[in-house]
Write a protein that binds this ligand. Structure first.
Ligand SMILES: NC(=O)c1ccc[n+]([C@@H]2O[C@H](COP(=O)([O-])OP(=O)(O)OC[C@H]3O[C@@H](n4cnc5c(N)ncnc54)[C@H](O)[C@@H]3O)[C@@H](O)[C@H]2O)c1
Length: 333
């Protein structure tokens, strides 16, 4: 007897144990067609997920996870999301190096080391890389997390701030990868994590430079994957890109201080850290949108233009309302 016949036989027997109305409902041909369609859809989704996952891993399997082999290099680890990631990885027993332009204002766990560097300066990176290699060895995981965000429209924002946004949020990824990727390629082992943003998909008013820089960070991640596979022949070097919506950190203090007018859901850094740590520890490449229920954000540019405009108008609306409320307050004083 084939497996299918066996399953059908068990299903028939199970059916006889159900109350009569339930049996009638399940024997109805429309019900059976609907259930068949749902099962087929489930199978298609599971197959799609499986193929995507394998493709992201370049059809290669992981080496066994060995925490002692790993050295995590995390930029912007002194604040917000980076600080949370540092704490969580340290708690998991991993060795972590944080690179930040600012000194930590907290005690470092025993397995965490701080190096001061401006990640937009290749000279600074080279110098600190020398010290890291001498003291700890080659990093196996690079988390490009440091970022800046300034407020102001295109016409208001000073040129220096616009340039800084691109330098920290995009250009530094090139500089960091130039310094630390070659060793990962040589070992065909490693992970580059790009902390982008939901702004990679949806450009808002008053954040245009930031949105451009995060769309670039996504393109950086996608192109890096291609080079790793087809140019550097290092298919086991994993790549992940993380796209959080609003996160309660010092970066968005203007929004959190005016939360009533802003009126958008804001996640904790823990949610983002959990996702980043999961990618690292599972050695899995991926694109992670947070919160997950907003994953359709990546489809925005495939929507009809009027719908795209509505999404952007809705998203910009919160910022605009908050600004208008602030301006009204200042005027009233
Ligand atoms: N907070 C949010 O709502 C949000 C949403 C989506 C994505 N993100 C992204 O998450 C990442 C972390 O942001 P955060 O919210 O934790 O911000 P944060 O301001 O709390 O932390 C950023 C860290 O980066 C460091 N840094 C800035 N410029 C640097 C430089 N030139 N060299 C070295 N270090 C530098 C800062 O000193 C700081 O420690 C950023 O890439 C940000 O764009 C944040």
């Amino acid at each position: 007897m084939s497996a299918l016949e066996l399953v059908t036989q068990y299903a028939q027997v199970a059916l006889t144990h159900l109350p009569e109305p339930a049996q009638q409902f399940l024997r109805n041909s429309a019900t059976q067609k609907t259930l068949g369609a749902i099962a087929a859809l489930g199978l298609v989704r599971a197959t799609n997920r499986f193929i995507s996952q394998r493709a992201l891993q370049n059809w290669t399997s992981n080496d066994p996870w060995n925490p002692a082999r790993e050295l995590i290099l995390l930029t912007g680890g002194c604040s917000g999301i980076g600080k949370q990631v540092m704490e969580d990885l340290a708690r998991a027993g991993l060795r972590v190096i944080i690179l930040d332009i600012n000194e930590p204002n907290f005690d470092l766990p025993a397995n965490v080391f701080f190096y001061k560097a401006n990640i937009t300066d290749s000279g600074d990176i080279a110098e600190v890389a020398k010290a890291i290699r001498a003291n700890h060895g080659e990093p196996t995981v690079l988390v490009n997390n440091a970022g800046v965000g300034h407020d102001g429209t295109i016409l208001e924002e000073p040129e220096a701030k616009i340039r800084q946004t691109f330098e920290v949020n995009t250009l530094s990824h090139f500089l960091m990868v130039k310094e630390f990727l070659p060793a990962m390629i040589k070992a065909n082992h490693g992970h580059i994590v790009t902390v982008a943003s939901m702004a990679s998909f949806v450009a808002l008013g008053e954040m245009v430079d930031y949105c451009c820089s995060k769309a670039s960070a996504l393109a950086f991640h996608e192109g890096l994957r291609q080079e790793l596979r087809h140019w550097y022949h290092a298919p086991k070097v994993r790549t992940s890109v993380i796209h959080p919506l609003w996160v309660r950190t010092p970066m968005i203090h203007l929004l959190t201080e005016n939360e009533a007018q802003f009126n958008q859901p804001i996640m904790t850094p823990q949610v983002v850290s959990d996702a980043i740590c999961k990618q690292i520890v599972s050695q899995t490449s991926g694109q992670v949108i947070l919160p997950a229920r907003q994953s359709a954000a990546s489809l925005v540019r495939a929507m009809p233009t009027w719908l795209q405009e509505s999404v952007r108008t809705y998203a910009s609306g919160s910022l605009k309302r908050m600004r208008d409320a602030q301006a009204a307050l200042v005027k009233a004083q």
